[in-house]
Write a protein that binds this ligand. Sequence first.
Ligand SMILES: N[C@@H](CCC(=O)N[C@@H](CS)C(=O)NCC(=O)O)C(=O)O
Length: 224
Amino acid sequence: MAPMLYKKDISPPSRGVLLTAKGLDVELDFTDIDMATGEHLEADYVEKNPQHTVPMLEDDDLILVDSSAIIIYLASKYCNEDNANMYPDDPKLRALIHHRLFYNCGTLQSLLGQIVRPFFFEGNTTIDEKLIDKANDAYNILEKFLGDREWMVGDNCTIADLALIPSVTSLNVLVPIDEEACPKLLEWIARVEELPYYEANSVGLDDFKAMHEKALAGAEESAE
Ligand SMILES: N[C@@H](CCC(=O)N[C@@H](CS)C(=O)NCC(=O)O)C(=O)O
């Protein structure tokens, strides 16, 4: 039986797992969890995942929460000789990949959460200046992670790129990346968009953009 991924496409961490599964050619089954109707808070879901988040992976007796942990598990289990460079054996490259995943979880996802909550759910479409500064700071850091390379770690696309792209492209909807300050970051986004399985991010990103537009329209309406 294929592992079951509980996810929602609009959720950036869910998209990181979807991209990784596609990139590694892993077959998954899917259950959509509708957070708008509180499915993530229902007793049977919370029983499995006390953190009540998506994504969550169920693979036989393993229940795994947090996109970074899921992405590393899929890469550890399913990397083969055809895609070994997505999660290289070299301990130093692996350490850098893990670092980018931790940066995604600790900084980018946390920042997105702080901006998204008031924006999408409380009708407050003015983003706090401090959060805008933090987003620009994060873009500058990512620009430096890239350096003169095309990918976030090493010489090819790895799971680090697949984990980061949903957060970066979603944050870019809310706080646009400054072209002059971060040209390499924008080139990296364009490079990832060329991956044959990029749709695993773009479908949910379109939902995210639609929700952003709806929040802006709602705020305009209530101002009239
Ligand atoms: N670090 C976690 C973040 C997961 C997360 O916060 N997911 C959000 C959706 S994007 C969620 O499920 N929120 C519902 C809740 O926290 O109750 C991961 O990478 O999986």
